[in-house]
Write a protein that binds this ligand. Structure first.
Ligand code: MG
Ligand code: MG
Length: 248
């Protein structure tokens, strides 16, 4: 599918969608503690999204069975929810999407469960920071490769692995639209960004090697070396002068 440019009416719906998603993630953040289960977090997210007159993007998307992806420790993305209690020291990546009046938003955060190691804390912070590095100085007329390259350099220069099997993407009436937004690449490459494009930018970083495998459930992507991974994602709007973050 081709890249879509959103008009002001569509952007307003994307803003509302993003706001509901941000509020959902805020609610989940407050609900994460040792002993909590990801199934319970999933149910909280579902109920909140429905209460806002929206629907979850992920539930039943290509038969994905949950409202949230809950990826624990070495799991990078697309983790399944369960009734196994979270433990002190775990890190949990929550990815969620919302559809409001036909428009999707998509965002992810990695949260600590109780007290976590300095290494894991630094991994979470660097992954988040790489997103902000990626979008810094971006505006209509910039090239997509600027984002990819800056995310890669920020993470790799600090010794983290950058997962290459999954990418950011356009987002709008479909959860996944063109263009793909890799978290690695050449600075002066890729399409020229235009005002009204909406993109999900989502760095995924690992504490060890960047290699991943697909678990037996055919969804969950996990590091091969078993070391932790973090994820940070927002839906953004490209504007004339910069970027508006719709899920923050
Ligand atoms: Mg996502
Ligand atoms: Mg996404």
């Amino acid at each position: 599918m081709s890249i879509t440019i959103k008009n002001s009416e569509q952007i307003e719906k994307m803003r509302k969608s993003g706001k509901i998603l941000k509020q959902t993630l805020d609610l989940l953040e407050k609900s994460i503690y040792p002993g909590q289960t990801t199934q319970r977090l999933n149910d909280l997210a579902y109920d909140y999204i429905i209460s806002q007159g929206a629907t979850p993007s992920f539930l039943n998307y290509e038969r994905f069975p949950y409202t949230i992806c809950a990826s624990l420790n070495a799991q990078v993305v697309h983790g399944f929810c369960s009734n196994v209690p979270l433990k002190e020291g775990d890190i949990i990546s929550i990815d969620c999407g919302v559809i409001y009046e036909g428009y999707h938003s998509d965002a992810a955060r990695t949260f600590p469960v109780g007290n976590i190691s300095i290494k894991n804390s630094n991994l979470i912070e660097a992954t988040k920071q790489s997103f902000f590095e990626g979008i810094k100085d971006i505006k209509a007329g910039s090239r997509l490769g600027h984002i990819s390259h800056k995310i890669q350099v920020y993470l790799e220069s600090r010794g983290y692995g950058v997962v290459r099997e999954l990418c950011g993407h356009g987002v709008g009436t479909h959860l996944h639209e063109d263009p793909l937004v890799p978290n690695y690449g050449k600075y002066n490459s890729g399409i020229v960004l235009q005002e009204g494009m909406t993109l999900a930018i989502e760095p995924m970083a690992t504490l060890g090697r960047r290699d991943v495998y697909l678990e037996d459930n055919d969804w969950t992507v996990t590091t091969q070396d078993g070391l932790p991974s973090a994820h940070y994602e927002n839906t953004i709007l490209i504007t004339k002068d910069g970027v508006e973050i719709l899920t923050l």
